[in-house]
Design a protein around this ligand. Structure first.
Ligand code: PEP
Length: 247
């Protein structure tokens, strides 16, 4: 299967910059899909217009967040149902920036996951250890804490496919990536853990954190990684293409 590349533009590209990225590069973007699955995640306001621009292409779009509530009086929130209506196929949940700055708890993440599946979208579930946990060799403990309640829901709801983005918090936006041996160890553990817990579930494992054109070749040698979640480096079209084409 081709690698899955998720571009997380966060709040780094404005509405017009996001649209320009797509309209100026539509042909090259379409050419990429022969060798890769590509998902662009702009901010909420750009999702609808970008869905129109990409309507006839195989590039898919993802949201960076959705509400934990189905509908109702929740000022400022965007429902999973609204995202589905405008053609969104994926949604990032549990990103470390949302956990740290917006209090996204596992309980909220599970509510979001259920609403996304109910609306036929795929959640991209981000998990990872912080710097302290990494230094104290508590990564597996941290990942288990984050993942176990989510996997219980998967088993209970009988969801058939899971996308997990392993993103060590300390690697995001820092220019530092883990050693391959470390990533291999974590990837083996994650794949085994999901297989044991939810044997009927297929899985795509993504790595995210400071990916660039220089380190992608090394990351692509790790056999168990099925794709990449790319922040900063995905906001420049040439760099993003380079990452997809290398290796
Ligand atoms: C991210 O925030 O998901 C991410 C991977 O960011 P960056 O590539 O900029 O480290």
């Amino acid at each position: 299967m081709n690698y899955l590349y998720i571009a997380n533009w966060k709040m780094n590209l404005s509405y017009s910059q996001s649209l320009d990225f797509c309209t100026n590069n539509i042909d090259q973007l379409n050419a990429l899909v022969y060798s890769a699955q590509v998902v662009l995640c702009p901010s909420f306001v750009a999702l609808g217009p970008i869905a129109q621009v990409l309507k006839k292409s195989s590039i898919t779009i993802g949201a960076q967040n959705c509400s934990e509530f189905e509908s109702g009086s929740y000022t400022g929130e965007v429902s999973a149902a609204s995202l589905a209506e405008i053609g969104v196929s994926y949604c990032i949940v549990g990103h470390s920036e949302r956990r740290i700055y917006f209090g996204e708890t596992t309980e909220k993440i599970i509510k979001k996951i259920n609403l996304l599946y109910a609306n036929a979208m795929m959640p991209i579930i981000c998990i990872g250890e912080n710097k302290e946990e990494f230094l104290q060799k508590k990564t597996i403990h941290a990942l288990t804490e984050q993942l176990e309640p989510i996997l219980k829901t998967f088993v209970h709801q009988q969801y058939k496919h899971i996308i997990i983005a392993y993103e060590p918090f300390w690697a995001i936006g820092t220019g530092i990536i883990p050693e391959n041996t470390y990533l291999e160890e974590i990837s083996i553990w994650l794949k085994n853990y999901v297989a044991e817990f939810a044997p009927d579930c297929t899985m795509q494992l993504l790595y995210g954190g400071s990916i660039n054109e220089k380190n992608i070749h090394q990351l692509k040698t790790i056999k168990l990684i099925d794709g990449f979640l790319i922040g900063g480096a995905s906001t420049n079209f040439e760099t993003f293409c380079g990452i997809i084409k290398i290796g």
